[in-house]
Design a binder for this molecule. Sequence first.
Ligand code: PEP
Ligand code: MN
Length: 271
Amino acid sequence: MSAMRVVVRVGRDSAVTPVDFGGGAPVLIAGPCAVEDLPMMRECAGAARIAGAGLLRGGAFKPRTSPHSFQGLGAEGLSILSEVRAETGLPVVTEVMSCSQIGPALEAVDMLQVGARNMHNFTLLSELGRSGAPVLLKRGFMATVEEWLLAAEYVLTEGNSRVVLCERGIRTFEPWTRNTLDLSAVPLARSRSGLPVIVDPCHATGSRDLVGPMCHAALACGADGLMLEIHPDPARARSDGDQSLGFEDFRALAADLAETAAFFCSHRQGG
Ligand code: PEP
Ligand code: MN
């Protein structure tokens, strides 16, 4: 049985152009893995806007596997995001890892991401529910679809229905990709929850060569959007450079994806 479809609008004030997830047209989210400094964030925002992205991403608080890796700029990262948001009019999504980060993040950005490592952080999910802000909830890499949807319920039961789900790959026995992109979870989670579901092919594959094909496949199976990591110079990225697209590749891919999206949208309306 299919649940009623939810449309999630993102854009907290008139400084940005709001964007709808689940409204029919897939939403493109683009930006670096981590906010590194203001100039690179400006460059990424420019590239995202030109390519037709509806939302800008950038991590200020980074949940790194190793405590010795770059952890993000924290509060300084938030103020960079806020500045670039005002300059471009693009709404912004950033990750929060703890309840204390919610307030400061919501003064800077429009949507809060819960990363794969925090999908089971129920205190954080409930607090995000009470915040009323749009939430981008990534699937934990060891979580079943049912566990993922139950995590979403923690936000929903606080009266916040503004949840967008993000499939970002799960851990399997396959070592040649960073994770295994579970595309069957997209139509499954969409129909069971009614929530918009987007796909993050960068964290799913770990490798930029695989990002394009997985983007097209995600649109073909009904994804409500895509989240891509981009960087002015991926080889020098402070995190996730191997899976980040340079601007040239990104622009070309975004143009191809617009055609794929148009094809599948008209196909669904006709069929
Ligand atoms: C991210 O989006 O930068 C991120 C850390 O993703 P995930 O939580 O899916 O690993
Ligand atoms: Mn990343």
